[in-house]
Write a protein that binds this ligand. Structure first.
Ligand code: TRP
Length: 336
């Protein structure tokens, strides 16, 4: 059988998983597992680039691991970044193959450092925030990923990754690293229900996101109070209504979706009916995920051990790469 292509992606451990995360990324990750050799990382080293609390970080890391498994990621495909410290080692080596000027052009750095300026810690901006795309390049290249499923906001980081790989290959005179390609799968644009002009996101505040694992009543309430009549109109439809239709489709409620679209077109659509259908769609997923999560919670210790073991297994691949890279780069290797 032909070797399956390698897919790799990573996610930062932040508190809650919301439907924007799920429909925008995780659902796609789950599906890719059918056709590719997939590795997914919870990247806690990355989460240190913005102000954070140590205890909270570790909690969030495990929380996200449990949530990823509950939503359909296979535990064997998961690793925790700090359990594979070779990422940090490769990142140092890559720092020396990265153009300082190129890093300065990263728009995410500009956005995030602007965020830090206004709040917390006297406007502290760490060098880690600046060099973070180098660590991301290490995450990707250490597993020789062919494809990296990411959003458009990560395109620049993927270009930098390819740049680093090329510079390394050029300098050592060998096509050692595979040049990874981003995988931009079509995903729905999920907006905040409270303000459909902005993306559903955690940073905007509690009312702006719907937690995938929330109580059913809370989800229904949030959908019921969704803003429908403000927001830029897209082809005659307000952004709020368009968002609800997208959520319905994303929840795979295709029959309800098509019949409500017809109602909309004939002018007979009642917003309460649309909201009811969306709530039902989200709650159906929510029930499935919550029951999976409850089962995992009953076996916390085993689940943690399983992910520690899969991280150790994945680490072997990282160690193989780092050994070769050190050889190629003129460094010495510790003999185990
Ligand atoms: N930078 C990504 C984000 O902010 C997360 C990330 C870290 C990542 N390492 C990665 C994504 C490697 C893809 C591949 O969302």
């Amino acid at each position: 059988m032909e070797q399956r292509k390698q897919v790799l992606s990573c996610i930062q451990p932040t508190g809650h998983m919301h439907f924007g995360n799920y429909f925008g990324a995780i659902k796609n990750w789950v599906q890719l597992q059918n056709d590719y050799d997939c590795i997914y990382g919870v990247v806690d080293y990355h989460a240190m680039t913005m102000p954070y609390q140590a205890k909270k970080l570790r909690e969030n890391t495990w929380e996200l691991i449990f949530n990823l498994i509950a939503t359909g990621i296979q535990p064997d495909n998961l690793f925790i970044q700090s359990l594979v410290p070779e990422h940090a080692e490769l990142s140092w080596i890559f720092n020396c193959f990265t153009s300082y000027g190129h890093l300065g052009r990263m728009t995410q750095f500009k956005d995030k450092s602007a965020q830090n300026k206004d709040k917390g810690d006297g406007g502290f901006i760490s060098a880690g925030l600046y060099t973070y795309p180098v660590l991301q390049a290490a995450d990707i290249l250490i597993y020789r990923a062919d494809y990296v499923p990411v959003g458009k906001d990560q395109e620049q980081h993927l270009e930098l990754t390819r740049d680093i790989a090329q510079r390394f290959n050029h300098q050592i005179g060998k096509e050692y690293f595979v040049l990874p390609e981003p995988l931009f799968t079509e995903v729905p644009k999920v907006m905040s229900l409270a303000d459909p002009t902005r993306k559903m996101s955690k940073s905007a505040g509690e009312k702006h996101y719907v937690n995938v694992f929330a109580e059913e009543a809370r989800i229904r309430k949030q959908v019921r109070s969704a803003v429908t009549d403000t927001g830029e109109a897209t082809e005659g439809m307000s952004e709020g209504i368009a968002n609800l239709f997208r959520l319905l489709k994303a929840s795979e409620c295709h029959e309800a979706h098509d019949s409500l679209v017809q109602d909309y077109q004939s002018g007979a659509l009642k917003y309460v009916d649309l909201k009811e259908a969306v709530a039902n769609g989200l709650v159906a997923l929510n029930e499935q995920f919550r029951s999976a999560r409850a089962e995992l919670n009953a076996n916390k210790k085993e689940v943690k051990n399983q992910v520690k073991a899969s991280s150790a297994e994945i680490r072997k691949r990282a160690q193989e790469t780092i050994k070769q890279v050190k050889d190629l780069a003129g460094l010495l290797n510790v003999r185990f």
